[in-house]
Design a protein around this ligand. Structure first.
Ligand SMILES: NC(=O)c1ccc[n+]([C@@H]2O[C@H](COP(=O)([O-])OP(=O)(O)OC[C@H]3O[C@@H](n4cnc5c(N)ncnc54)[C@H](O)[C@@H]3O)[C@@H](O)[C@H]2O)c1
Length: 254
């Protein structure tokens, strides 16, 4: 167990699965106390597994599409720990219809609002809750998980998803500017294709073709993203803010 993150308090959303799970595992391994957040009750098992592996962790079942639940969660963190050192806004959704991507014309407006709520409004609210506490302590690390679809055209992503992932980049830059003098860094990571439940939907042929189109010839491994989050969360990354990190096997070189 490394102690690079020295029991820092780290909130990770969407930690029950995929990239969020890998981020939670890595931060716990690096010594942070991880508050693993998800609407899926299996998040309790995630926290238990992290503890069994020698990490420090607790679970919070929160539906991030419900603003009152986010506020209640934030109050609990502040009361229990008195600090938020690291906030990883990872939870995200990319709804389809019958397994197919929606277009601007076929997208139901209800889906647009759902995606905005989870992918954009929830990170905003969590940042607003964390910022005053980070500012008071002179330290904060906010890492927002955007997407290659927020950087360039990704044909398989819907308009709602692409809009929120680009919006997260703009939002992160604005907050980075506000927090820079107070020891708070705010960065985005824009993953390309990683193997997770979100991206393993579709025919085997289609998935194989998508992977083959990646210059390094494979999808990313979630632990590779965890390593990048760990660096951005560390003291060593204090001069890195307002940046977007493409981690995509060479599939977009912006
Ligand atoms: N996997 C990829 O290739 C990829 C690529 C680019 C960006 N991303 C982004 O990375 C993040 C994680 O993606 P993933 O592939 O691990 O997805 P995933 O679907 O495997 O996991 C997402 C997690 O978020 C949780 N979640 C969803 N809605 C929630 C809500 N309302 N409240 C609380 N929790 C909720 C889910 O329960 C799930 O555990 C997302 O923001 C996604 O957009 C993923």
């Amino acid at each position: 167990m490394q102690e690079q993150l020295e029991r820092r308090i780290a909130v990770v959303t969407g930690a029950a699965s995929g990239l969020g799970l890998a981020i939670a595992e890595r931060l716990a391994k690096d010594g942070a106390h991880v508050i693993a957040v998800d609407r899926d009750p299996s998040i309790e098992n995630v926290a238990e597994r992290l503890r069994q592996s020698g990490g420090s962790a607790e679970a919070a079942i929160v539906d991030l599409s419900v603003e009152d639940e986010i506020f209640a969660f934030a109050q609990t963190v502040t009361k229990r720990h008195g600090r938020w050192d690291i906030l990883v806004n990872n939870a995200g959704i990319s709804p389809k219809i019958d397994g197919k991507r929606v277009t601007t014309e076929t997208m139901p407006m209800a889906q647009w609002h759902d995606v905005i709520a989870v992918n954009l409004t929830a990170p905003l609210i969590l940042c607003r809750q964390a910022l005053p506490i980070m500012r008071a302590r002179g330290f904060g690390r906010i890492i927002n998980i955007s997407s290659r679809a927020g950087r360039t055209l990704v044909g398989t992503a819907g308009t709602h998803y692409s809009a929120t992932k680009a919006g997260l980049i703009g939002m992160s830059r604005a907050i980075a500017g506000e927090g820079a003098k107070d020891g708070i860094t705010v960065n985005c990571i824009a993953p390309g294709r990683f193997s997770t439940p979100m991206t393993e939907q579709g025919s085997p042929e289609m998935l194989a073709a998508l992977k083959a189109a990646i210059p390094v010839g494979r999808a990313g491994r979630p632990d590779e993203l965890g390593a990048m989050v760990s660096y951005l969360a560390s003291d060593a990354a204090g001069f890195v803010t307002g940046a977007v990190f493409d981690i995509n096997g060479g599939s977009f070189m912006g």
